[in-house]
Design a protein around this ligand. Structure first.
Ligand code: SAM
Length: 219
């Protein structure tokens, strides 16, 4: 197993505080989201060669053609999900595990699924080294994880062509699904809330995510 040395010194904490201020200026107002971003050591998710960029508000490559999402995107999705401590959250697209760590810092119980086996194995082995322990799954998250449903919140961190019915079916009453929907290049952030069995839809800003693959995603 790969063990990484993780140091979190005053310099990294200072850069993290600056990032939090920048997110506040960009319109993230939920104090619990900002606190969580202020706690998760984002530099620990980076290769040595990119370490100096860890607290820039940018997405970066994590191998396998995938990315660690931009901090603003992570903060935006976490805020729009209205996470409450104890929420049961399904994350589709584990990637580096950074978003999962932010959700765990906010007190959620996190189920996370990744379609790329190497990333799944790497993050499953790495994240607990930072004392973040979601439930890890390998497979096609476009179908959700029906065996563990229902979920209070579902977050999709890859761009989908449509809202998969399997995901709205797995929402608890009052539950929220947040999913970027559009073409392969650009997607609108869509929030679906289940109210008395009915689905209420809202649309927010545009983002550029890597594609959601699988049965209910891009072929
Ligand atoms: N949440 C991640 C993080 O914090 O680093 C960023 C995720 S990255 C933008 C999108 C991830 O979705 C990739 O790791 C990709 O392999 C994964 N993915 C794509 N299609 C998937 C699917 N059908 N099921 C699960 N994961 C999928």
């Amino acid at each position: 197993m790969f063990i990484k040395m993780i140091e979190d010194n005053y310099k990294q904490r200072g850069l993290r505080n600056k990032l939090v201020k920048k997110l506040l200026e960009k319109g993230i107002l939920d104090g619990r989201v900002l606190d969580a971003i202020g706690k998760v050591p984002r530099h620990a998710f980076f290769d040595d060669a990119l370490l100096n960029h860890a607290y820039e508000d940018k997405a970066f490559p994590i191998g396998e053609g995938q990315t660690i999402s931009q901090p603003f995107t992570v903060a935006f999705q976490s805020e729009k999900l209205k996470i409450k401590p104890g929420d049961k959250v399904l994350e589709i697209g584990t990637g580096s595990g950074y978003q999962a760590a932010v959700l765990l810092e906010m007190g959620a119980k996190v189920y996370t699924i990744e379609y790329n086996r190497k990333l799944y194995e790497r993050t499953r082995d790495f994240l607990p080294q930072l004392s973040y322990q979601p439930y890890f799954f390998f497979g096609d998250g476009s179908k959700g994880i029906p065996a563990k449903a229902p979920y209070d919140k579902i977050i999709v961190t890859a761009g989908a062509p449509v809202v998969p019915k399997a995901l709205t079916d797995q929402l608890a009453e009052g539950g929220i699904l947040l999913i970027p929907v559009g073409d392969r290049e650009r997607q609108k952030m869509v929030r679906i809330t289940k109210v008395k069995g009915e689905l209420k839809k809202e649309e927010f800003d545009s983002f550029a995510f890597v594609p959601l693959l699988g049965e209910q995603g891009w072929k």
